[in-house]
Design a protein around this ligand. Sequence first.
Ligand SMILES: [Ca+2]
Ligand SMILES: [Ca+2]
Ligand SMILES: [Ca+2]
Length: 121
Amino acid sequence: MKPSYIIMAAVFAVSSPALANENWQEKDTNGDGQLSRAEHDAGVAAAWTAKDADGNGQLSTAEAGMKAGTHWTAADTDGDGQLSQSEFTAMKAAWFSKADTDGDGSISKAEHDAAKAMKKR
Ligand SMILES: [Ca+2]
Ligand SMILES: [Ca+2]
Ligand SMILES: [Ca+2]
């Protein structure tokens, strides 16, 4: 195998799980129909790495794919106009708690879809 193929394979291996992160099947890695906290947190860590395109340890609105609206302002707790990894993780953890409406510590497909629909409104 040529070195360039190895690099391409490595890049693909890093980026593909995060790209497919919006897909329920990809999030539910053990396929039990529930998104556990561990599965969620692993997805968040992968998404963080994939989104920080310039690798400066901060997400701009463009990198995060978010609008600089109220949701962004709430997530950017130190108000520096960037999301640090801890701010990003806290935002996702808050989403998890809110989405887990029956409080069993995991997100079912129905809870996931309901949370997504809520966010769009
Ligand atoms: Ca960045
Ligand atoms: Ca910040
Ligand atoms: Ca639940």
